[in-house]
Design a protein around this ligand. Sequence first.
Ligand SMILES: Cc1ncc(COP(=O)(O)O)c(C=O)c1O
Length: 369
Amino acid sequence: MVTRTVDLRSDTVTKPTVAMRAAMANADVDDDVLGSDPTANRFEAEMARIMGKEAALFVPSGTMGNLISVLVHCEVRGSEVILGDNSHIHIYENGGISTIGNVHAKTVKNNSDGTMDIALIEDAIRDPLGELYFPTTRLICLENTHANCGGRCLSVEYTDQVGEVAKKHGLKLHIDGARIFNASVALGVPVHRLVQAADSVSVCLSKGLGAPVGSVIVGSKSFISKARRLRKTLGGGMRQVGILCAAAFVALQESVCKLEGDHRKAKIIADGLNEIKGLKVDAASVQTNMVFCDALKGSNIIVSKLCEVLEEHGILIMPICSSSLRIVLHHQISDSDVQYTLSCIQQAVIQIQADAGKGAAVEHMNGKV
Ligand SMILES: Cc1ncc(COP(=O)(O)O)c(C=O)c1O
């Protein structure tokens, strides 16, 4: 019988803390679609202040935050957005910017650190002289931290450089900052400085920060007033949403200071996995709360099998493909969970390799090989 659960599938799996639940129960609320929910209004004002922007808007999800942001910047038909070929917006958001927003995506290769080469971004910008044929470039999107690149951080220097390119060409810059607080903590740069060059940022509250629901988008007052209208169009206007904002408020106060601990634990896991024969983590890529781990060729480790064995011990991990998996740390994973996980992985690998060895011996005896 499983007596312990260590859920490392994502930082979205956290349960609201006692303080969050208490804040939700006691939240002062009203109708936010009418603009009169006091908790939502206070929370949005606080997020705008922290992020260094004029205004903020609570939205149900990061996906909606990105979609609204892209659509506000690309309101003219025939607009094009430059974004990474490995970015969340491009891969995991159902192509909403094109299917719902009629926005054309121009992808640029993401490097393994989550950046796109500045020269390639500039090359991707459409020449306005060709407007008879080309879509019109209006927006560049970055992602910080970059989830598919192992949760790596984009530096403030890089972000500023992309901001300068955007400005030079009259474009807007949006940052998918689902985990921007992780980046800020890992880089030691205040979050408002990290996003200074951006016209808009979407920030997930329900990831590293541990709130149960929601994201916030920030930008200028005029950006947010257009975003508010689009949120309503998309069905994201919620009435007594202060209940959710109250939990997010607590998340902001409780969790930012815990992110450093999540990053430290991610490094311990990475180092521990590198001690296990047959597994490999690029330790340099572990900058925040994510660990991507490969099963080496010839190791006989099938990742789906490994995850199945671990689940029997209450450890939940997501396979990415047959030869790699992703582990994500969050504030509800303790140091002892980390040690337990490493020891279970070690044992599971030994068991899988032994089973594979027995299978090979039986095949040999049966004359199959
Ligand atoms: C980088 C990034 N952006 C956006 C999202 C979308 O957030 P949501 O799941 O709240 O729609 C995610 C979700 O995992 C993400 O990792």
